[in-house]
Design a binder for this molecule. Structure first.
Ligand code: NAD
Ligand code: IPM
Ligand code: MN
Length: 370
Protein backbone atom coordinates (compact mmCIF):
# COMPACT_ATOMS: atom_id res chain seq x y z
CA UNK A 1 0.00 0.00 0.00
CA UNK A 2 1.05 3.64 -0.41
CA UNK A 3 2.39 4.72 2.95
CA UNK A 4 0.20 6.96 5.07
CA UNK A 5 1.99 10.28 5.47
CA UNK A 6 1.82 11.60 9.03
CA UNK A 7 3.23 14.80 10.46
CA UNK A 8 3.73 14.49 14.21
CA UNK A 9 3.96 17.69 16.22
CA UNK A 10 4.46 16.75 19.91
CA UNK A 11 4.61 20.37 21.12
CA UNK A 12 5.07 21.31 24.77
CA UNK A 13 4.68 20.05 28.32
CA UNK A 14 3.10 16.60 28.39
CA UNK A 15 2.63 16.73 24.58
CA UNK A 16 5.92 14.92 23.83
CA UNK A 17 5.34 12.51 26.72
CA UNK A 18 1.94 11.29 25.51
CA UNK A 19 3.05 11.30 21.86
CA UNK A 20 5.80 8.78 22.65
CA UNK A 21 3.06 6.33 23.61
CA UNK A 22 1.21 7.00 20.37
CA UNK A 23 4.43 6.17 18.50
CA UNK A 24 4.38 2.74 20.18
CA UNK A 25 0.82 2.22 18.99
CA UNK A 26 1.66 3.33 15.44
CA UNK A 27 4.62 0.92 15.41
CA UNK A 28 2.32 -1.86 16.55
CA UNK A 29 -0.09 -1.23 13.68
CA UNK A 30 2.81 -1.13 11.22
CA UNK A 31 4.23 -4.44 12.46
CA UNK A 32 0.99 -6.30 13.05
CA UNK A 33 -1.67 -4.97 10.67
CA UNK A 34 0.35 -4.36 7.52
CA UNK A 35 -0.04 -0.59 7.62
CA UNK A 36 2.78 1.53 6.23
CA UNK A 37 3.45 4.96 7.66
CA UNK A 38 5.81 7.67 6.50
CA UNK A 39 6.38 9.80 9.57
CA UNK A 40 7.86 13.24 9.85
CA UNK A 41 8.21 14.95 13.21
CA UNK A 42 8.62 18.66 13.80
CA UNK A 43 8.17 21.54 16.23
CA UNK A 44 5.11 23.52 17.20
CA UNK A 45 4.22 25.91 20.02
CA UNK A 46 6.77 26.92 22.63
CA UNK A 47 9.17 24.25 21.40
CA UNK A 48 9.19 25.95 17.99
CA UNK A 49 9.41 29.42 19.53
CA UNK A 50 12.51 28.42 21.50
CA UNK A 51 14.33 27.39 18.32
CA UNK A 52 12.84 29.62 15.61
CA UNK A 53 11.29 32.58 17.45
CA UNK A 54 7.85 31.63 16.11
CA UNK A 55 5.31 29.02 17.30
CA UNK A 56 4.92 27.67 13.74
CA UNK A 57 7.35 28.10 10.86
CA UNK A 58 6.16 28.40 7.27
CA UNK A 59 8.05 25.18 6.54
CA UNK A 60 6.00 23.25 9.11
CA UNK A 61 2.81 24.91 7.86
CA UNK A 62 3.65 23.69 4.33
CA UNK A 63 4.31 20.16 5.59
CA UNK A 64 0.98 20.15 7.42
CA UNK A 65 -0.78 21.07 4.19
CA UNK A 66 0.80 18.22 2.27
CA UNK A 67 0.48 15.19 4.58
CA UNK A 68 -2.47 12.83 4.97
CA UNK A 69 -2.95 13.82 8.63
CA UNK A 70 -1.29 15.79 11.40
CA UNK A 71 -1.04 14.45 14.97
CA UNK A 72 -0.49 17.10 17.61
CA UNK A 73 0.32 16.73 21.32
CA UNK A 74 -0.30 20.01 23.12
CA UNK A 75 1.06 23.54 23.16
CA UNK A 76 1.62 26.24 25.77
CA UNK A 77 3.06 26.70 29.20
CA UNK A 78 3.71 29.32 31.87
CA UNK A 79 7.16 30.06 30.47
CA UNK A 80 5.48 31.60 27.42
CA UNK A 81 2.77 33.59 29.20
CA UNK A 82 4.82 36.78 28.99
CA UNK A 83 5.25 36.59 25.21
CA UNK A 84 3.55 38.94 22.83
CA UNK A 85 0.21 37.56 21.69
CA UNK A 86 1.41 37.13 18.11
CA UNK A 87 4.08 34.56 19.07
CA UNK A 88 2.35 32.71 21.90
CA UNK A 89 2.43 28.88 21.50
CA UNK A 90 -1.36 28.80 21.10
CA UNK A 91 -1.05 30.96 17.95
CA UNK A 92 0.80 28.08 16.29
CA UNK A 93 -2.15 25.77 16.78
CA UNK A 94 -4.67 28.43 15.77
CA UNK A 95 -2.71 29.08 12.56
CA UNK A 96 -2.74 25.38 11.70
CA UNK A 97 -6.50 25.21 12.23
CA UNK A 98 -7.18 28.38 10.24
CA UNK A 99 -4.86 27.83 7.28
CA UNK A 100 -5.81 24.16 6.92
CA UNK A 101 -9.43 25.36 7.18
CA UNK A 102 -10.30 22.68 9.75
CA UNK A 103 -13.79 23.93 10.43
CA UNK A 104 -15.32 20.85 12.06
CA UNK A 105 -13.84 19.81 15.39
CA UNK A 106 -15.21 16.46 16.53
CA UNK A 107 -14.95 15.98 20.29
CA UNK A 108 -16.51 12.70 21.38
CA UNK A 109 -17.30 12.15 25.05
CA UNK A 110 -17.55 8.42 25.67
CA UNK A 111 -17.64 6.91 29.12
CA UNK A 112 -15.63 3.71 29.29
CA UNK A 113 -17.42 1.21 31.53
CA UNK A 114 -14.46 0.80 33.85
CA UNK A 115 -14.48 4.53 34.59
CA UNK A 116 -18.19 5.05 35.24
CA UNK A 117 -17.57 4.88 38.99
CA UNK A 118 -14.89 7.49 38.82
CA UNK A 119 -16.80 10.32 37.14
CA UNK A 120 -17.66 13.19 39.45
CA UNK A 121 -21.26 12.50 38.39
CA UNK A 122 -23.38 9.55 39.46
CA UNK A 123 -22.83 6.23 37.66
CA UNK A 124 -26.36 6.26 36.20
CA UNK A 125 -25.80 9.64 34.62
CA UNK A 126 -22.64 8.66 32.73
CA UNK A 127 -22.59 4.87 32.27
CA UNK A 128 -22.75 4.07 28.56
CA UNK A 129 -22.52 7.71 27.56
CA UNK A 130 -21.57 8.29 23.93
CA UNK A 131 -22.04 11.82 22.63
CA UNK A 132 -20.28 13.86 19.99
CA UNK A 133 -19.69 17.58 20.27
CA UNK A 134 -18.96 19.30 16.99
CA UNK A 135 -17.27 22.59 17.58
CA UNK A 136 -16.92 25.12 14.77
CA UNK A 137 -13.16 25.74 14.76
CA UNK A 138 -12.06 28.39 12.29
CA UNK A 139 -14.30 31.36 12.91
CA UNK A 140 -16.39 33.09 15.56
CA UNK A 141 -14.91 35.16 18.35
CA UNK A 142 -11.52 33.40 18.08
CA UNK A 143 -10.85 35.01 14.72
CA UNK A 144 -13.37 37.89 14.25
CA UNK A 145 -12.18 41.44 13.53
CA UNK A 146 -11.83 43.99 15.00
CA UNK A 147 -9.79 42.65 17.88
CA UNK A 148 -7.07 43.95 20.14
CA UNK A 149 -6.43 46.11 23.17
CA UNK A 150 -6.89 49.80 22.38
CA UNK A 151 -6.88 52.97 24.42
CA UNK A 152 -10.09 54.95 24.57
CA UNK A 153 -9.85 58.18 26.51
CA UNK A 154 -7.80 57.30 29.54
CA UNK A 155 -8.52 53.61 29.73
CA UNK A 156 -7.71 50.42 27.86
CA UNK A 157 -10.40 48.44 26.11
CA UNK A 158 -10.10 44.75 25.15
CA UNK A 159 -11.98 43.87 21.97
CA UNK A 160 -12.97 40.60 20.32
CA UNK A 161 -15.68 40.14 17.76
CA UNK A 162 -18.08 37.26 17.29
CA UNK A 163 -18.72 36.90 13.57
CA UNK A 164 -20.23 34.07 11.55
CA UNK A 165 -21.12 33.97 7.88
CA UNK A 166 -23.99 31.90 6.60
CA UNK A 167 -21.58 29.61 4.72
CA UNK A 168 -19.50 28.98 7.83
CA UNK A 169 -22.56 27.94 9.79
CA UNK A 170 -24.01 25.83 6.99
CA UNK A 171 -20.87 23.76 6.44
CA UNK A 172 -20.40 22.81 10.09
CA UNK A 173 -24.13 22.08 10.36
CA UNK A 174 -23.76 19.66 7.43
CA UNK A 175 -20.88 17.93 9.21
CA UNK A 176 -23.12 17.49 12.25
CA UNK A 177 -26.08 16.13 10.29
CA UNK A 178 -23.86 13.75 8.27
CA UNK A 179 -22.34 12.37 11.43
CA UNK A 180 -25.70 12.10 13.20
CA UNK A 181 -26.98 9.91 10.37
CA UNK A 182 -24.22 7.40 11.18
CA UNK A 183 -25.05 7.50 14.91
CA UNK A 184 -28.27 8.25 16.78
CA UNK A 185 -29.71 10.53 14.05
CA UNK A 186 -30.19 13.44 16.47
CA UNK A 187 -28.61 16.91 16.47
CA UNK A 188 -28.91 19.57 19.14
CA UNK A 189 -27.62 22.99 18.08
CA UNK A 190 -26.48 25.38 20.81
CA UNK A 191 -26.08 29.17 20.65
CA UNK A 192 -27.41 32.25 22.44
CA UNK A 193 -30.04 33.40 19.97
CA UNK A 194 -31.73 35.20 22.86
CA UNK A 195 -28.90 37.74 23.19
CA UNK A 196 -26.61 37.51 20.14
CA UNK A 197 -27.40 38.28 16.50
CA UNK A 198 -24.79 35.73 15.45
CA UNK A 199 -26.83 33.23 17.49
CA UNK A 200 -30.04 34.20 15.69
CA UNK A 201 -28.37 33.60 12.33
CA UNK A 202 -26.80 30.37 13.60
CA UNK A 203 -30.21 29.02 14.57
CA UNK A 204 -31.83 30.06 11.28
CA UNK A 205 -29.13 28.60 9.08
CA UNK A 206 -28.93 25.29 10.98
CA UNK A 207 -32.71 25.00 10.67
CA UNK A 208 -32.64 25.82 6.92
CA UNK A 209 -29.89 23.27 6.20
CA UNK A 210 -31.92 20.75 8.16
CA UNK A 211 -35.21 21.45 6.39
CA UNK A 212 -33.75 21.40 2.89
CA UNK A 213 -31.15 18.62 3.15
CA UNK A 214 -31.52 16.62 6.37
CA UNK A 215 -35.20 16.55 7.30
CA UNK A 216 -34.77 12.88 8.32
CA UNK A 217 -32.50 13.90 11.23
CA UNK A 218 -34.12 15.00 14.49
CA UNK A 219 -33.07 18.60 15.22
CA UNK A 220 -33.47 20.64 18.39
CA UNK A 221 -32.09 24.01 19.50
CA UNK A 222 -30.92 25.01 22.95
CA UNK A 223 -29.41 28.11 24.48
CA UNK A 224 -25.80 27.29 25.28
CA UNK A 225 -26.08 28.12 28.97
CA UNK A 226 -29.05 25.79 29.34
CA UNK A 227 -27.12 23.27 27.26
CA UNK A 228 -24.25 23.37 29.77
CA UNK A 229 -26.75 22.61 32.53
CA UNK A 230 -28.37 19.76 30.57
CA UNK A 231 -24.96 18.32 29.78
CA UNK A 232 -24.28 17.63 33.44
CA UNK A 233 -27.91 16.95 34.41
CA UNK A 234 -28.66 14.20 31.87
CA UNK A 235 -26.01 14.01 29.13
CA UNK A 236 -27.51 10.87 27.57
CA UNK A 237 -30.33 12.97 26.09
CA UNK A 238 -27.77 14.12 23.47
CA UNK A 239 -26.37 12.42 20.41
CA UNK A 240 -24.60 15.10 18.36
CA UNK A 241 -24.22 18.66 19.66
CA UNK A 242 -23.20 21.35 17.18
CA UNK A 243 -22.02 24.70 18.46
CA UNK A 244 -19.69 27.62 17.83
CA UNK A 245 -15.99 27.94 18.52
CA UNK A 246 -16.08 29.43 22.03
CA UNK A 247 -19.15 27.58 23.36
CA UNK A 248 -17.67 24.38 21.94
CA UNK A 249 -14.40 24.96 23.76
CA UNK A 250 -16.21 25.30 27.10
CA UNK A 251 -18.79 22.57 26.59
CA UNK A 252 -16.19 20.02 25.49
CA UNK A 253 -14.02 20.53 28.57
CA UNK A 254 -17.14 20.06 30.71
CA UNK A 255 -18.05 16.94 28.72
CA UNK A 256 -14.55 15.61 29.33
CA UNK A 257 -15.25 15.33 33.01
CA UNK A 258 -18.31 13.18 32.30
CA UNK A 259 -15.83 10.61 31.03
CA UNK A 260 -13.68 10.81 34.14
CA UNK A 261 -10.73 12.97 33.08
CA UNK A 262 -9.59 15.52 30.56
CA UNK A 263 -6.84 12.98 29.91
CA UNK A 264 -9.41 10.74 28.17
CA UNK A 265 -10.85 13.04 25.51
CA UNK A 266 -9.59 12.88 21.91
CA UNK A 267 -10.47 15.14 19.01
CA UNK A 268 -10.44 15.32 15.24
CA UNK A 269 -10.33 18.61 13.37
CA UNK A 270 -11.55 18.11 9.85
CA UNK A 271 -11.71 20.30 6.76
CA UNK A 272 -12.82 19.85 3.18
CA UNK A 273 -11.78 16.73 1.21
CA UNK A 274 -8.36 16.87 -0.46
CA UNK A 275 -7.68 15.55 -3.99
CA UNK A 276 -7.37 12.00 -2.66
CA UNK A 277 -10.82 12.24 -1.10
CA UNK A 278 -9.52 12.32 2.47
CA UNK A 279 -10.42 15.33 4.57
CA UNK A 280 -7.71 17.77 5.62
CA UNK A 281 -7.19 16.65 9.18
CA UNK A 282 -5.45 17.28 12.46
CA UNK A 283 -5.87 14.99 15.46
CA UNK A 284 -5.13 16.10 19.00
CA UNK A 285 -6.22 15.48 22.56
CA UNK A 286 -8.64 18.04 23.99
CA UNK A 287 -6.36 18.65 26.96
CA UNK A 288 -3.44 21.07 27.05
CA UNK A 289 0.21 20.84 28.02
CA UNK A 290 -0.62 20.25 31.73
CA UNK A 291 2.36 22.21 33.11
CA UNK A 292 1.50 21.09 36.64
CA UNK A 293 2.43 17.47 35.85
CA UNK A 294 4.78 17.84 32.87
CA UNK A 295 8.10 16.02 33.16
CA UNK A 296 6.85 13.67 35.85
CA UNK A 297 5.96 10.71 33.63
CA UNK A 298 2.41 10.53 34.93
CA UNK A 299 0.33 12.11 32.18
CA UNK A 300 -2.51 10.01 30.82
CA UNK A 301 -1.68 9.15 27.18
CA UNK A 302 -5.18 7.80 26.39
CA UNK A 303 -6.62 11.03 24.91
CA UNK A 304 -3.72 11.17 22.48
CA UNK A 305 -3.93 7.44 21.69
CA UNK A 306 -7.67 7.75 21.06
CA UNK A 307 -6.98 10.74 18.79
CA UNK A 308 -4.90 8.36 16.67
CA UNK A 309 -7.87 5.97 16.67
CA UNK A 310 -9.95 8.84 15.28
CA UNK A 311 -7.30 9.33 12.56
CA UNK A 312 -7.62 5.66 11.62
CA UNK A 313 -11.39 6.05 11.38
CA UNK A 314 -11.87 9.47 9.82
CA UNK A 315 -8.78 9.87 7.63
CA UNK A 316 -7.95 6.34 6.58
CA UNK A 317 -11.27 4.54 6.63
CA UNK A 318 -9.76 1.93 8.95
CA UNK A 319 -12.80 1.54 11.18
CA UNK A 320 -11.84 -2.00 12.25
CA UNK A 321 -8.42 -0.85 13.36
CA UNK A 322 -9.97 2.10 15.23
CA UNK A 323 -12.42 -0.26 16.97
CA UNK A 324 -9.54 -2.57 17.89
CA UNK A 325 -7.54 0.27 19.45
CA UNK A 326 -10.54 1.59 21.40
CA UNK A 327 -11.36 -1.89 22.65
CA UNK A 328 -7.75 -2.35 23.76
CA UNK A 329 -7.90 0.89 25.74
CA UNK A 330 -11.06 -0.42 27.38
CA UNK A 331 -9.28 -3.72 28.20
CA UNK A 332 -6.49 -1.90 29.97
CA UNK A 333 -8.93 0.17 32.02
CA UNK A 334 -10.96 -2.94 32.81
CA UNK A 335 -7.79 -4.57 34.14
CA UNK A 336 -7.64 -1.70 36.63
CA UNK A 337 -4.69 0.24 35.28
CA UNK A 338 -4.98 3.93 36.08
CA UNK A 339 -2.82 6.97 35.56
CA UNK A 340 -3.13 9.25 38.60
CA UNK A 341 -5.72 11.55 36.98
CA UNK A 342 -8.09 8.54 36.89
CA UNK A 343 -8.00 8.11 40.64
CA UNK A 344 -7.46 4.93 42.56
CA UNK A 345 -9.76 2.42 44.19
CA UNK A 346 -10.25 -1.21 44.90
CA UNK A 347 -8.74 -3.39 42.19
CA UNK A 348 -6.84 -0.58 40.50
CA UNK A 349 -3.14 -0.11 40.00
CA UNK A 350 -1.57 3.31 39.48
CA UNK A 351 0.79 3.45 36.52
CA UNK A 352 2.81 6.08 34.69
CA UNK A 353 2.56 7.28 31.10
CA UNK A 354 4.96 4.73 29.62
CA UNK A 355 3.46 1.78 31.46
CA UNK A 356 -0.01 2.78 30.27
CA UNK A 357 1.26 2.95 26.67
CA UNK A 358 2.96 -0.44 26.98
CA UNK A 359 -0.22 -1.96 28.42
CA UNK A 360 -2.28 -0.66 25.48
CA UNK A 361 0.16 -2.22 23.03
CA UNK A 362 0.06 -5.48 24.97
CA UNK A 363 -3.74 -5.45 24.91
CA UNK A 364 -3.63 -4.92 21.13
CA UNK A 365 -1.45 -8.02 20.80
CA UNK A 366 -3.72 -10.02 23.11
CA UNK A 367 -6.77 -9.15 21.00
CA UNK A 368 -4.90 -9.85 17.78
CA UNK A 369 -3.94 -13.35 18.89
CA UNK A 370 -7.28 -14.15 20.56
P1 NAD B 1 -4.64 21.54 30.69
O1 NAD B 1 -5.57 20.74 29.88
O2 NAD B 1 -3.23 21.57 30.24
O3 NAD B 1 -4.70 21.05 32.22
C1 NAD B 1 -5.86 21.13 33.02
C2 NAD B 1 -5.76 20.11 34.17
O4 NAD B 1 -5.96 18.80 33.64
C3 NAD B 1 -4.40 20.08 34.85
O5 NAD B 1 -4.55 19.85 36.20
C4 NAD B 1 -3.69 18.92 34.18
O6 NAD B 1 -2.72 18.30 34.99
C5 NAD B 1 -4.85 17.97 33.89
N1 NAD B 1 -4.57 17.18 32.70
C6 NAD B 1 -4.69 17.60 31.41
N2 NAD B 1 -4.33 16.63 30.57
C7 NAD B 1 -3.97 15.57 31.31
C8 NAD B 1 -3.50 14.26 31.01
N3 NAD B 1 -3.32 13.84 29.74
N4 NAD B 1 -3.22 13.44 32.04
C9 NAD B 1 -3.41 13.81 33.31
N5 NAD B 1 -3.86 15.05 33.66
C10 NAD B 1 -4.13 15.92 32.67
O7 NAD B 1 -5.23 23.03 30.71
P2 NAD B 1 -4.62 24.37 31.34
O8 NAD B 1 -3.84 24.06 32.56
O9 NAD B 1 -5.72 25.30 31.38
O10 NAD B 1 -3.60 24.89 30.24
C11 NAD B 1 -2.21 24.66 30.24
C12 NAD B 1 -1.60 25.14 28.94
O11 NAD B 1 -2.06 24.33 27.86
C13 NAD B 1 -1.98 26.58 28.57
O12 NAD B 1 -0.84 27.18 28.00
C14 NAD B 1 -3.08 26.39 27.54
O13 NAD B 1 -3.18 27.46 26.64
C15 NAD B 1 -2.62 25.15 26.84
N6 NAD B 1 -3.68 24.39 26.19
C16 NAD B 1 -3.35 23.81 25.02
C17 NAD B 1 -4.27 23.02 24.38
C18 NAD B 1 -3.87 22.37 23.10
O14 NAD B 1 -2.70 22.31 22.78
N7 NAD B 1 -4.79 21.85 22.33
C19 NAD B 1 -5.51 22.78 24.94
C20 NAD B 1 -5.81 23.37 26.17
C21 NAD B 1 -4.88 24.17 26.79
C1 IPM C 1 -8.42 23.66 22.86
C2 IPM C 1 -7.57 24.73 23.50
C3 IPM C 1 -7.27 25.79 22.46
C4 IPM C 1 -8.57 26.54 22.15
C5 IPM C 1 -6.16 26.80 22.77
C6 IPM C 1 -4.90 26.16 23.26
C7 IPM C 1 -5.86 27.62 21.55
O1 IPM C 1 -8.16 25.23 24.64
O2 IPM C 1 -7.98 23.08 21.86
O3 IPM C 1 -9.50 23.37 23.37
O4 IPM C 1 -8.99 27.43 22.88
O5 IPM C 1 -9.17 26.19 21.13
MN1 MN D 1 -10.00 24.14 25.21
Amino acid sequence: MTPIKLLILPGDGIGPEVMLEVRKVIDWFASNRGLAFEIDEDLVGGASYDVHGTPLTDAVMDKAQSVDAVLLGAVGGPKYDVLDFSVKPERGLLRLRKEMDLYANLRPAQCFDALAEFSSLKRDVVAGLDIMIIRELTSGIYFGEPRGIVTEGNERVGINTQRYTEAEIARVARSAFELARKRGNKVCSMEKANVMESGVLWRQVVQEVHDTEYADVELSHMYADAGAMQLVRWPKQFDVIVTDNLFGDLLSDAAAMLTGSLGMLPSASLGAPMENGRPKALYEPVHGSAPDIAGQGKANPIACVLSFAMALRYSFDLGDEADLLEASVNDVLAKGLRTPDLGAGEGTRTVGTAEMGDAIVEALSERQSA
